[in-house]
Structure formats: C-alpha cells, structure tokens
Design a binder for this molecule. Structure first.
Ligand SMILES: *Cc1c(COP(=O)(O)O)cnc(C)c1O
Length: 451
C-alpha cells in the first residue's frame, strides 16, 4: 500500500552553511558594536535558516495531503518572528491566553491557530469558540464545559479535538515526556478507550484527535506509535458512529534537535518516513494532518552571543564569567546533563579562536554557584572581552526569559537576505531597559485593593 512518493528534494542548510552564517553573525555583532556594557548579551535569529526549515517541513509531506503545519509559540514567543511564520503560511500552536493573544496579534488567522492549554478557563473556551480557534480538550470535565458553552455559539464551530495520552512511556528526558502512564496531559487511552468512543459518539462536533508524546529525547518510532494508536481510535469511532467523524489528526511536535553539531538530524523527512511506515493511512487523504513543531523549526536558526566579562582561575580551574546564564539558558543550567549546549569562542573582533584547548568552566552572571553554562569543557583559552556563541539556542532559550536576579531580557536581532542578496539586520525585540525591570518588580507602593 503506497500513498506517497518521495517529494522533490529540499536542500536543508548544510552544517558548513550554518557554521559560516554563525561566524558571520558574531563578526557583524562585533563590527556593528552591538555588544556593549549596557547590552553584553543578545540573541540573533537567522530568518534564512528559519525559511529553509519551513520549506523542508512543507516539502516533507506530499502536496496533495491536506495539512496544517503550525509552529509552537512557546519555542519562539517573539512577535515579529511569529509574524514571519504567519506570512510563510504556517499556523500557530498556543498553550496559554498570552500565547493566544500573541498569535492573533502576530497575524495568524483564527482558523490557523490550535489552542492546547490543559487549564483552559470558561472564558478562554468561549473565546476560542467565538473566534473559530481550534482547540484540543484535555479531560472529561473540560468536555462537559464545552457542552455547556457550545450551545450558545451561533455559526460554525471550529475544529474541536481531544488530547489523547497514548500511555506509550517516556523518552530519554523524563520531564519532556507526556506519554507516560500518569502524565498530566490529555485523556489516558488505556484507561478510557471506551469512554472516549462514547464521548465522540455523543458529540458530532468532535472531529479531531491530538497526540503529542513529548519533546526532545523522543525516538521517531515512539512518536509514530502514539499516532498509530490515535488512528486506531479514529477507526473505532468511525465504526461506532457509522461515518468518518474524525477528520483531523494532530500529531503534535517533538522532533528532536541535534545539539552536538551543525548537522540537522533527524529531519522532517525522517519524521514523515516513520509515520508513513507505522501509520500509512495517515497519507490516504481521508484526514487533514496537523503538526505542531517547535524546537525543530527554531533551534538551529538562533544563537546567543555574550561577552566574557572576566577570565579567572580558581583551584587551578580557568573560569570565564559571561552574561549568559540561567536567565536565558534556564534548562541547561538546572539540568546540565539533559541540555548541554555547544560553546564557541571568538576574540573581541569576532574571529574564531583556534589552537590549543584547555579545560575551562563557563559561568553565567547570576548569584548562585550552579549558574554554569559548561563545566570542564575543552576549549581554546578564553580571555576577557572574548565573545562566546551558543549555537542551537533559537528554540526556547532567548524567547523564554527567566527573570531571576532581575537580569534584563536581552535584545534579539534578526538577519535575513534581501532581494539584492544583502544580509539585512533588524531588531526583533529590544533589550529590557532598567526602567522596565523596575516596573516589573511591582507597584511603587502597596496599592489599595478595590474590594
Ligand atoms: C511544546 C509543545 C509542542 C512543541 O514541542 P517541540 O518539542 O518544541 O516540537 C507541540 N505541541 C504541544 C502540545 C506542546 O506542548
């Protein structure tokens, strides 16, 4: 049974191209004087790489297959970057009222948005129904709420789905796995298969099934097995109700990113191949495919760059003190085994340092001893005013700030090639000012409570 012939080959950026772009970026930051005392840290998003990843995603699936590819807002919560995805024809997966508002503001049509919060309030469900934003129900109580609210909606209802926990087990990072026996997300398939079939039978407006087995550290086959199970469920629902009630299969995101080198692996095509071999019916044309990739669409396109403020030696260990720590590399700092980042050393002019390497520690600016980007890493000797680049940080890193120590959110620059072939720089987000830092720390004085 073959539903699908391989697509036209899309050229993913080569490792060499990604490396050269990053080298150019660090050189330009130095040349333009964008790393300063006031702003010794910034993020840069390369929109050329973003575009190539979008093209690769679209090309991985057959053109004839109805599909809605969305970008997970939490991976890159930057307004103009999200607007760029909207203009490229992607939809947006959101998981909170803030992300929903951000997606609408960035220009995604309501019908292109998938709302996945597990804690939707009545107001949020009403808003989704009224706007025509598709959403995935997390549990049976939420389903009852939708029953009540949908009665008051005039006009067409959006695609409404149920998030299924396939209960297929964890990947290599426990905290990233959402398909364990007791995960907080969705309705357990093993626990409630019959209840789910009855729930669909009683609600003809339920037309979507959703599974997102987890992020980083999940094998492709594991993801595909979850999709297999929800397709079987769609089939069981069809037999129960006598028609193809489930029309959309939302396969979530969770394609892992290679944090070891500039090689892009696995690819979107690998993801499609795994689905094709485990769930061939997905490509029959009977279902609309929905995807929700975050990290795989963003990580390789972004780089954090920081100045080394000081280089010292303690207990015989050279330590470079930088401005990139827990506020931007939160997961890496708290879970260094699960989230190691590569580190590249450049001199103050942005020229890569080469030559002999020694074991060094790279520290962030925050006031706790665990604020380390890397411990005992073999690198060319680092001196103060060097620049450190952190590759693969386009997803989740500089767009999910952690405001510990009142450390300011850094600026994010965007770079892309214009029609004349010139690489153009712009500002995606300005650095937070000291006034803004203070304003976020609360009222000037205890404010009176209205009630
Ligand atoms: C986080 C998340 C995604 C994106 O995950 P990635 O691993 O970044 O691809 C997609 N869908 C849901 C429901 C999520 O919670």
């Amino acid at each position: 049974m073959t539903y699908f012939s391989p697509p036209d080959s899309v050229i993913l950026p080569s490792a060499e191209r990604l490396r050269l772009r990053r080298r150019e970026i660090v050189g330009e930051l130095a040349l333009r004087g964008l790393i300063t005392d006031e702003e010794p840290l910034c993020g840069v998003i390369d929109l050329d790489t973003v575009d190539e990843l979008i093209d690769a995603l679209k090309a991985a699936y057959p053109k004839s297959l109805p599909a809605l590819h969305t970008v997970a807002a939490k991976a890159i919560a930057l307004r103009p970057v999200l607007a760029h995805y909207a203009q490229a024809g992607l939809g947006c997966e959101v998981a909170s009222p803030g992300e929903l508002e951000l997606a609408l503001t960035a220009g995604f049509a309501p019908g292109q948005i998938i709302f996945d919060s597990p804690a939707k309030t009545r107001r949020e469900i009403e808003m989704a129904l009224r706007l025509g934003v598709s959403f995935n129900v997390d549990n049976f109580e939420e389903l009852k709420r939708v029953d009540e609210l949908i009665a008051d909606i005039e006009g067409p209802t959006p695609h409404i789905g149920v998030r299924i926990n396939p209960q297929t087990g964890a990947g290599t990072i426990d905290a990233m796995s959402t398909a364990t026996e007791t995960s907080k997300f969705g309705i357990g398939l093993r626990d409630h298969r019959e209840d789910l079939i009855e729930a669909f039978a009683a609600r003809p407006w339920l037309d979507q099934l959703h599974v997102h087995s987890g992020s980083q550290g999940l094998e492709l086959e594991h993801t595909a097995r979850g999709v297999r199970l929800i397709l079987d469920l769609a089939e069981a629902i069809a037999q129960r109700v006598g028609n193809d009630q489930v029309r959309r299969i939302d396969v979530g995101g969770g394609l892992s990113v290679n944090f070891q080198s500039d090689e892009i692996t696995p690819t979107f095509q690998d993801h499609r191949s795994a689905l094709e071999s485990v769930v061939p019916e997905l490509f029959s044309g009977r279902f609309t495919l929905v995807t929700e990739f975050g990290r795989a669409l963003t990580a390789k396109a972004g780089t954090l760059v920081t100045r080394v403020e000081y280089a010292k030696s303690t207990g015989g260990r050279p330590i470079a003190i930088t401005h990139a720590g827990v506020q931007v590399a939160t997961r890496t700092v708290f879970m260094p085994e699960d989230w190691p980042l590569r580190i590249e050393v450049f001199d103050a002019a942005g020229v890569p340092r080469i030559g002999e390497t020694i074991l060094q520690d790279i520290a962030g600016p925050a006031c706790f001893s665990g604020d380390m980007l890397a411990v005992g890493r073999s690198l060319p000797t680092i001196t103060s005013s060097d620049l450190i680049a952190l590759p693969e940080t386009g997803g989740y890193y500089f767009s999910s700030h952690f405001s510990y120590n009142a450390l300011a959110r850094p600026a994010v620059y965007a770079v892309s090639t214009d029609e004349a072939g010139q690489r153009r720089w712009s500002i995606a987000r300005r650095a937070q000012t000291m006034e803004q830092v203070v304003a976020e720390a609360g009222e000037p004085d205890f404010a009176p409570l209205a009630t």
